[in-house]
Design a protein around this ligand. Structure first.
Ligand SMILES: [Zn+2]
Length: 519
């Protein structure tokens, strides 16, 4: 793994008054420039600190950590997306040539072996031939037949491969791969550029006429990465839908779980999703084309209802939370459609209703483990602040600047938890956002906190309301739209492109589809 490097030499950093001493404090004042912000011990005795300041070591550590994350993102993008494709292309081409090369080599070897068989002779036999005036005698027909036999075997093998080149099939395949690569980079380009525009405007939720009835309760909805497939639960069934710009069309119903399904998670990389159920099992579902979804065997390690799941960024590790007080880690093999139990985190003294991963999850395994424990374990600092507070849903924004938590007390708040230092979380009281108070309804754990960075929106359900929240340029948060559904039993999510909100609720007993329209 690459390590990020600072271009400045730490020893050569100059303090504001050029004392040639170690920097100890840094002023976080935007009006100051470069060296003016840096203070050594001697500076501290003469300069009055007005405004915010931070210990030099701490800010260095924070910046280093952020830069390492940036580098890991670059590395992951190049490695997982582009290098993998190119290596595949390379090995594809090499494979074709290698086949021909190997076939011809085997052909050569066999002919050489044949030659060697004519090396041996018997003195007595040849003497006999000589005396009978037969000259150099051997069965030429037999030799020709043996050569022909080799020819027949290898000729067809080699020519069939050569024909591939003649018909340009391989060439087309390779070109297609190169083309896909180009498209992917263009798509990523669009995504990156979108991030720059941050809209603060209000969003209007406009209901479409495309609702679909379903009597059985739906607890979870998930979309594939292109938003063309939606999966939802219907008690112990899974419904697979074609999703076309808000229009739902049922394509398959999957019936394997023996208890209600609590959560569905879709892969961003493959036609694959996961389901976890009150029957204590997790299943992996994979489609090999034409909407035929095949279930893995049921994986059972939990000893009570499995309530929630989360996949790491690399999609090779799954975490599941259960009413058995445990978080389990599973190794996921996307190609083989397989889960393998790895370990359990068992520091909880209550069911695990929600999971959240920091961005480093895919690289620093131990850091992740420690953080999960920190966020959800006994030593959870957030919960300690107020024992009456139930932290029922939490997520960490991708850029590491903040994470949000939805919590219940008598009044609902969305709180922003700032990552102060490595592994230490603190509530940012300035950014507390008051949600509508509601002393009647319970909070349900389902309905994930959705964060869509490209469109600068967060969607969350608190009791009977669905809120859409935006981060403003000044760093504060604002509720830009809310929807009252009269029931706390609302379950759904937002499409990956952030264009549609889809949920099922207990009163209407139907999937309702809303468009998110910028105002
Ligand atoms: Zn100084």
């Amino acid at each position: 793994m690459l390590k990020s490097k600072m271009i400045e030499n730490e020893i050569q950093l100059q303090c504001a008054l050029k004392h040639n001493q170690k920097i100890v404090q840094v002023l976080l004042n935007p009006q100051l420039q470069r060296d003016q912000r840096l203070l050594c011990g001697q500076c501290l005795q003469t300069i009055n600190i007005n405004g915010k300041a931070i210990v030099y070591k701490d800010i260095l550590e924070i910046i280093q950590e952020q830069q390492q994350i940036k580098l890991e993102q670059v590395y992951n993008l190049i490695k997982s997306q582009i290098l993998t494709q190119l290596n595949l292309l390379k090995s594809n081409v090499i494979q074709q040539f290698e086949f021909i090369q190997c076939a011809v080599q085997d052909w050569i070897n066999n002919l050489q072996l044949l030659c060697q068989q004519y090396q041996q002779y018997s003195f007595h036999d040849e003497l006999e031939n000589f005396i009978n005036n037969k000259g150099i005698y051997f069965d030429q027909n037999e030799l020709l037949q043996r050569i022909s036999k080799e020819q027949n075997i290898w000729y067809s093998k080699v020519t069939s491969k050569l024909d591939l080149f003649n018909q340009f099939q391989e060439q087309e395949k390779c070109k297609e791969m190169l083309e896909n690569n180009k498209l992917m980079i263009q798509k990523l380009n669009v995504n990156f550029n979108q991030q720059i525009e941050i809209s603060e405007d209000d969003i209007k939720l406009k209901q479409t006429e495309l609702s679909v009835k379903q009597q059985g309760s739906c607890l979870s909805i998930a979309f594939n990465s292109s938003d063309s497939i939606m999966v939802s639960t219907n008690k112990s069934l899974i419904n697979v839908w074609n999703f076309n710009n808000g229009k739902l069309e049922l394509s398959q119903q999957l019936k394997y779980h023996e208890g209600w399904i609590n959560s569905l998670v879709f892969s961003k990389r493959q036609n694959l999703f996961l389901s976890c159920s009150s029957d204590q099992t997790i299943r992996v579902w994979k489609s090999y084309g034409q909407n035929e979804w095949i279930s893995s065997i049921p994986y059972q390690q939990h000893t009570d209802k499995v309530l929630c799941m989360i996949l790491n960024q690399n999609e090779d590790e799954l975490f599941s939370g259960s009413l058995d007080y445990r978080i389990n880690s599973w190794k996921l093999d996307l190609d083989k459609n397989e889960l393998q139990y790895q370990y359990s985190l068992d520091k909880h003294n209550n069911g695990v209703y929600s999971l959240s991963l920091n961005q480093k999850s895919n690289i620093q395994h131990h850091a992740l483990q420690a953080r999960i424990k920190q966020l959800f374990g006994k030593e959870d600092k957030i919960i300690k602040w107020n024992s009456n507070t139930l932290l029922n849903n939490l997520f960490k924004a991708l850029d590491q600047r903040f994470c949000l938590s939805k919590r219940i007390s008598l009044f609902g708040y969305l709180i922003v938890i700032k990552l102060m230092k490595y592994g230490v979380f603190q509530e940012n009281t300035e950014k507390k956002l008051k949600l509508n108070s509601d002393n009647v309804n319970m909070e349900m754990f389902q309905f994930p906190l959705v964060y869509n960075k490209n469109r600068n929106l967060m969607v969350l359900r608190h009791k009977i309301f669905i809120y859409i929240i935006r981060e403003l340029k000044n760093g504060n948060f604002k509720i830009v739209e809310q929807l009252n559904r009269q029931t706390n039993k609302i379950f759904g999510t937002v499409t990956n492109d952030g264009n549609h909100l889809v949920f099922w609720d207990e009163i209407k007993k139907e999937y309702q589809i809303f468009q998110l329209q910028e105002q």
